[in-house]
Design a protein around this ligand. Structure first.
Ligand code: CA
Length: 228
């Protein structure tokens, strides 16, 4: 495996050190910065695969740093895993809203951060709509993106177009958290749905999926993800 580089932007040096130690041991090259400005500079110069970004930073905060990473063509493709102080739902929503791929709540276990970073790397860049394969086969669930068909236990289940789009989107990036807003953005265009309606659609999809409905996981106060 090619050596992946991660950049840690975090103002607490002991957290940087422990991340450095653990990721280096897993074969990562680890870069670090203790403030947002410096972090952005390193991100542009070194193009890491992932930025582990603390939300609470002096000067530019994590939200602003994430926004700038996403705006700059040089850094747009870099995955972002946010570190949030507590499970401040509004912070998480903000972070995901400006393009973070995932988040870990402090205090976190290093194992969890490693798993999140690796999952984000497997998934590829943000606007990648997941596996290019047109057909997704999980245990009892088959999603055929070319034919807009979904099968549970070999039986086709009737989804509306909007339901299909939501399911295909979630299933295309297992583990990635989608806020309602992001789901809405992604499926909009041909369909007209408002944010509260997302929950109604999800409820309907779950009902139709029957025994396979545990694939859609609610992330409390934030949105939804597909089971990894
Ligand atoms: Ca901090």
């Amino acid at each position: 495996m090619a050596k992946e580089t991660i950049l840690v932007i975090e103002d607490e040096r002991d957290i940087i050190e422990i991340i450095e130690y653990n990721f280096a041991r897993e074969g990562f090259t680890v870069l670090s910065a203790t403030n947002g400005e410096k972090g952005l500079e390193i991100a542009r110069a070194k193009r890491p695969s992932v930025v582990v970004l603390d939300l609470m930073l002096p000067g530019l905060d994590g939200i602003e740093v994430a926004k700038r990473l996403r705006q700059d063509p040089a850094t747009r493709e870099i995955a972002i895993v946010m570190l949030t102080a507590k499970s401040e739902e509004s912070d998480v929503i903000l972070g995901l809203g400006v393009g973070a791929d995932d988040y870990v709540t402090k205090p976190f276990k290093m194992k969890e951060l490693l798993a999140r970073v690796k999952a984000v790397l497997r998934r590829g860049p943000l606007h990648d709509e997941g596996p290019t394969g047109k057909r997704l086969e999980l245990d009892g669930l088959v999603i055929d993106k070319a034919k807009y068909q979904v099968f549970v236990g070999g039986k086709e289940i009737p989804l509306t177009l909007t339901e299909f789009k939501i399911l295909a989107l979630l299933a295309g990036a297992p583990g990635r958290v989608y806020t309602r807003e992001l789901l809405l953005q992604k499926i909009q265009g041909e369909t007209f749905v408002d944010e509260r309606n997302i929950d109604v659609h999800i409820r309907s999809i779950r009902k139709k999926l029957g025994e396979e409905n545990e694939y859609i996981v609610t992330v409390r106060g934030v949105g939804y993800r597909f089971k990894e």
